[in-house]
Ligand binder design. Sequence first.
Ligand code: NAI
Length: 661
Amino acid sequence: MKTITVIGAGTMGHGIAQLAAKAGYQVYLNDVKKEFIDKGLERIKWSLGKFAKKKDITEEQAKEIFGRITPELDLAKAVRAADIIIEAIIEDMSVKQELGRRLDKIMKKGAIFATNTSTLPITEIASAFSHPENVIGMHFFNPPQLMPLVEIIRGEKTSESTLTVIVELSREMGKDIVTCKKDVPGFIVNRMLGPLLNEAAWMVERGEASITAVDSAAKYRLSLPMGLFELADYSGVDVIHNAQKYFVRRGLVSNQPPIWEEKVKAQEFGMKVGKGFYTYKQGALGWERPDIPRDAGNNVDLVRLFAPAINSGAEVVRLEIATREDVDKSVKMGLGFPKGILEMADEFGIDKVMDALKDLRSKHGEFYKPDPLLEQMMSEGRTGKEAGKGFYDYEQKATELETLILKKEPENKIAWLVLNRPHRLNTFTLESIADFRRAFLDVAADKNIRVLIITGAGDKAFCTGADLTAFSGDINPSAARDLSAQGHDLFAMIEKLPQPVIAAINGYAYGGGCELALACDFRIAAERAKIGLTEMRLSLIPGWGGTQRLPRIIGLARAKEAIMLARRYTAEEALTIGLVNKVVSNDNFENEVRAFAHELAKQSPIAIKLAKQCLNHGTQVPLDVGLELEAQAFGVLFSTEDLFEGIAAFMEKREPDFKGK
Ligand code: NAI
């Protein structure tokens, strides 16, 4: 492929010709009048000059590129050598088909015809050709020299090889591509942009927000490159209105509010005429951009604003018009949004989007009916980022740990921290201390996790304390003191975690292992578990909190017996003395632990955190201080949404849904 002919030297055509020449092709540029071609060439020269000034290309390269473009008014001569013809003439089906019929007689055998149409069916344009398999949509964005995306649209008869050639060409032109696999109205980008702009206008029409509020929210809360009404004014209110009319004619259900028609009738086309949704002031560099205050959009309901566009995005995926990745790429590259529409949906939460659509549907009709894909996602629990899966799967980044495994189950709101040295009865090493620290910090910061379970790998040991081989050597009194203090600091982290922590004692829990379990909020033991502070057997005393925590849990007299006689308790004995909360059968151990964790995960995370703090600190302070602590925490809860949810659920006799807010 060596030669490309661009037909139509206007806004889009001149830019496309420049891209083709820059990619190394011989280019012919055609239009109906010489002066239009000349104007196009002038614009190309100007644009290349700008690139050279920015040092993207050298002056030399600019000249070479320009030199590869040949103006040709005679259509037959212009297309004689062309391997690919790209048209960017006026947006009119009959004119495009007429051009197609003429080209069909004169173009090279096997040449490809690509149309830059934004709104017309590729298949219908292709019907003017005797080889519709060689016809394809190649939708650039304005200005083509700068906008990084090309939407490639397959007509009904477009061949695989035509698609391959145009994908390759787009890449040579330095573009990112998305493939629209079906010739549907709006292709990919406009199928979502239409509902978004319409909803923005409806919000204003229905008195839910002002124009500046919507634009401020879009610009400053979502970091879009410009407000939505600003975008409409920039693109041309008439252009958008006409495109929508075409789409409706092609069968797309649209929800255009009357304001578009009114603006067009009033000739308020946007920036190009100085008035659209905004009135533009003439500044030194042309029209000045509207002044949109930063905090004007704080009350705009963004989920409601985006719900219809998300609904369209879901439909595009469900109907296999494009992949979810292409849907998002098209929005990011074609419109400059920082996130794709489906990524936004995952962040909002599919459940929230559904709520918005249902509410809109009940008030404003069937246009807002949620797409079946969203319904399906809800039933599968794919409710977005918070649940760990939505349109995308959000793999929880595992914290890199050597001696532990941190497994998160955000869908259940629980995390498992597994001591992973089963060959050494899950003993502690110095690395374990560092690993525990990292894991606790990770869990503490994770809003999706409401319960942490600590357990041991294998079915023999929970944890049997420090690995004596790892800690032996010439340990001196000062170092031993520090080691003890390190353990204290570490286990204090468990008590300070906002989440409740369950020690799932699956086997031996001796020495430091028992002390680890004592620092947890709950202890559940498997029948086979054996528990004890066995240090006395080595002529040691517990050094990681055992002498202090055990009496607080089982009472002083029993603690003295346990420590001084280095008792090893069976699970049943441990239950009798109040050392564990529960004993469960070995076979059903994991299920029982899970059930306990699920129950905890259902509670309000804020109330749980405060209760944990009051209980843990309460044993360490005089009663009146502890009571004040309780009163303060009690007061704090009255600032939470969860409290009101709890009361509402109680009155409505339903399960509460606590959000931790
Ligand atoms: P334009 O009006 O700037 O340029 C069109 C050019 O085509 C004019 O110079 C005109 O004289 C010429 N022309 C008309 N009929 C012709 C024919 N039969 N043979 C040769 N030349 C002919 O229009 P613009 O904006 O460049 O749009 C061109 C195409 O690109 C349209 O299909 C439009 O939908 C599409 N498009 C436009 C975008 C935009 O933002 N302007 C973005 C993406 C696609």
